[in-house]
Design a protein around this ligand. Structure first.
Ligand SMILES: [Zn+2]
Length: 735
């Protein structure tokens, strides 16, 4: 480790640069710049600039793969509408690199491509030495002639195996650690803003080792408006490389070649794991993003208390006769207030004749009243994004005459439509127009439906399908007044719609939507997390957003391993801090599921304050041999998921110095594992820690004293859960 000290002492101050002119030719220049322990090395030639090394100075290790992606790539269209791609490394007439005061400015001027003679690209890298990070910005400038800029892919990087052999964090659902990336070439390519590209960052990790522990490379966009972007990870199995980039559709693509990256791209080298990456993102987000909610000591005071406290959801559909008694039985059995997501409460068929949700089925309003008197909070389904192109059975009553001007448009002016396998009565598939959220017509329509449900029908909530699930459409309708294609206008349209709904919503009511695209966190009271179905998923989203929004619901399927799959999902919901279920009441009440399901729900009830007034801590890692379980989670068909047999979570209420460790044994075997708990700091280890053990509403809590630093045994019987609560801050492994 001597070299480490050598580099540190050499590198004071933390930011230095070396500019080496190659003798004689004067054409190539090498430029090195360090931000803390993360060093960039560029090679500048007349025709382009290449990042040729990225060094971890602590270990004098180059993290960059050979022959990787260029720093940027631009996607352009010529006058015949043929796609062209140009990159930072070749074809330029002039380049420049300058470095001073912790900044590196890179410039590219005039490209060989027709129409780009005066085109300019500027990249600025700013050192953040305290964080071992670089912040990046890009802008382009040029007269729009025969070649039109459409997308900017920036920044791009290809890492070698030294910092990616331990896994790749991708923002799929709650976040997932990909560890299969070198079995075959793989690709994850999601548009940001929906359920499968929910946050603006990825990370690569080294394998954990006893000497070095784990290092990570954080690759993010810190864009406070959450503009449209593609989030891309690609791996090459043979070369063992990992490529990351963000591709941004530029706003007003048909009108300008000028572009400015919204926010900053961030590269950061750190020692740690996924939780450290999540905390770094959270620290940026909570001060900066336009969707971070106002929080008090009671969490989100704009969310009714009943909703912040809610622990469980029933999900079914049909007429009052088909649902009321079943859902009441569910609530009675669980003996806590429940939510009920009511599908098909309307006369129109599902995914058909939208948005004509009224009339409701006969007896709907009376049923809502009856359910809510029985501690069942009713939340009917509506879709907040689609208008059927044949909206009166198989006839077009109002799509063309009313909706069409406000539908999103393709480049040729045609409406953007989607199909979801629902059928018109003639057997043809229903085609639904995707409404543009920036239009007053659609904002008014959704507000009108939500108001009627809240105020006339009295439902405590309304579910607005698809808002945080489906990603922005690159709408090209000039009459809508928003920039064409890329930008943040999609979010801003929905924000205006939702702000108005929230302003007009009666007290005690709430709204939710599908999936967990992050840009609407402060404008919904809860996100439906039903798509959190990925093998390797981690509670990254709860680690960032725990306490800012409730998450609820998993999709429960069938198959031979359905009972185990149900327990795995329920157990994961409990430790991730989600409101549990979103389940057919009959399934929750079935003999094989009822005991575990009820215990998980009631344990959450005992801990409920942690999930709205608190925040998530790093999940504890238990010592000993952890058994694994595997079940078919049935997501778009067979879908096998592996998890630990004993799931763990940790939550705290920092201001009250309360901590809860949560454990759920989802397997059929009793499991015994070990854990060491201490106080933070070294001086208070003689005084015992008071521990309270919680199980469910009907089991008396037990308290005992544990000695800090002593190895504690945790024995959990098959299909049970428990929590250990401490009235002070604690630390535990892997700290
Ligand atoms: Zn539009």
């Amino acid at each position: 480790m001597k070299s480490q000290h050598f580099f540190h002492s050499l590198l004071l101050p933390a930011f230095i640069m070396l500019l080496l002119l190659t003798p004689y030719t004067g054409q190539s220049e090498e430029l090195r710049a360090a931000s803390g322990i993360l060093e960039l090395e560029f090679m500048k030639k007349a025709e382009g600039i290449r990042l040729q090394a990225l060094r971890d100075l602590d270990y004098d290790r180059n993290l960059l793969a050979e022959n990787g992606k260029a720093l940027f790539e631009l996607i352009l269209y010529d006058s015949d509408d043929e796609e062209l791609r140009i990159c930072s490394e070749k074809g330029w007439n002039h380049t420049a690199c300058t470095a001073q005061d912790g900044e590196v400015l890179l410039q590219w001027k005039g490209h060989a491509t027709a129409g780009l003679e005066d085109f300019l690209v500027e990249v600025l890298a700013s050192a953040r030495p305290a964080d071992n990070a670089w912040q990046w910005h890009i802008r382009t400038e040029g007269t729009l002639k025969e070649t039109r800029l459409e997308d900017v892919s920036f920044p791009q990087i290809t890492l070698n195996s030294s910092l990616s052999d331990g896994g790749i964090l991708y923002p799929d659902g709650p976040g997932a650690l990909i560890q299969y990336h070198w079995l075959n070439d793989t690709q994850k390519w999601q548009r940001y803003g929906g359920g499968w590209g929910s946050m603006q960052f990825m990370a690569a990790f080294s394998k954990w080792s006893a000497e070095e522990h784990q290092s990570g490379f954080y690759f993010a966009m810190h864009d406070p408006k959450g503009s449209e972007k593609e989030i891309v990870f690609q791996s090459k199995a043979e070369e063992k490389t990992a490529t990351f980039f963000f591709e941004h559709a530029i706003p007003d693509t048909t009108k300008t070649n000028n572009y400015e990256l919204p926010g900053k791209a961030v590269w950061r080298l750190f020692r740690g794991d996924w939780f450290d990456a999540a905390l770094y993102y959270k620290n940026w987000a909570k001060d900066t993003v336009l969707w971070w909610p106002k929080l008090s000591d009671e969490g989100r005071e704009d969310t009714p208390l009943w909703m912040r406290e809610l622990c469980v959801w029933a999900q079914t559909g049909g007429s009052p006769e088909e649902v009321v008694e079943r859902v009441k039985a569910f609530a009675e059995f669980l003996d806590v207030p429940v939510g009920f997501h009511w599908y098909n409460w309307h006369e129109i068929p599902f995914d058909n004749d939208y948005p004509h949700y009224f009339p409701a089925k006969e007896g709907f309003e009376e049923a809502v009243r009856e359910l809510q008197e029985a501690q069942v909070h009713v939340m009917p389904y509506i879709n907040a994004r689609l208008w059927d192109t044949r909206d009166c059975e198989d006839q077009d009553c109002s799509f063309t005459t009313v909706a069409l001007p406000a539908v999103t448009k393709n480049e040729d002016g045609s409406p953007v439509t989607e199909k979801y396998r629902s059928k018109e009565k003639d057997g043809s598939e229903v085609a639904l127009g995707v409404m543009c959220p920036s239009t007053e017509l659609w904002q008014d329509k959704v507000n009108e439906i939500v108001s009627r449900l809240h105020q006339q029908c009295g439902t405590k909530g309304v579910y607005l399908d698809q808002v945080a699930a489906a990603t922005p459409v690159l709408c090209m309708d000039e009459s809508h007044g928003h920039p064409l294609a890329g930008g943040s206008w999609w979010n801003e349209g929905y924000w205006a719609m939702l702000d108005r709904i929230r302003a007009e919503m009666p007290a005690g009511h709430m709204i939710t939507t599908e999936c967990n695209g992050e840009t609407f966190v402060n404008r919904f009271d809860a996100y439906l997390s039903w798509h959190w179905q990925t093998d390797g998923q981690l509670p990254v989203f709860p680690a960032i957003y725990g306490g800012t929004i409730q998450c609820f619901g998993r999709a429960f399927g069938g198959g031979e391993t359905r009972d185990l799959a149900l327990r795995m999902k329920t157990g994961q919901q409990l430790v991730f801090g989600e409101q549990i279920g979103w389940i057919n009441p009959d399934l929750a009440l079935a003999e094989e599921n009822r005991a575990f399901f009820k215990q998980a729900v009631q344990l959450r009830w005992l801990l409920r304050r942690y999930f709205y007034a608190g925040e998530m801590l790093r999940p504890p890692v238990l010592e000993g041999t952890m058994p694994r379980v595997r079940a078919d989670w049935q997501w778009h068909g067979e879908h096998w998921v592996n998890t630990d047999a004993l799931l763990t979570g940790a939550w705290s209420i920092p201001k009250e110095k309360k901590t809860a460790l949560i454990f759920a044994n989802v397997s059929d075997e009793t499991i015994t594992l070990k854990l060491v708990i201490r106080r933070p700091g070294d001086n208070t280890q003689d005084t015992p820690l008071m521990r309270t053990i919680l199980q469910d509403k009907n089991t008396a809590t037990r308290s005992d004293q544990v000695t800090p630093g002593q190895t504690l045994e945790l024995t959990l019987e098959a299909q049970t859960a428990c929590a250990w609560e401490f009235q002070e801050d604690i630390v535990y492994s892997p700290h």
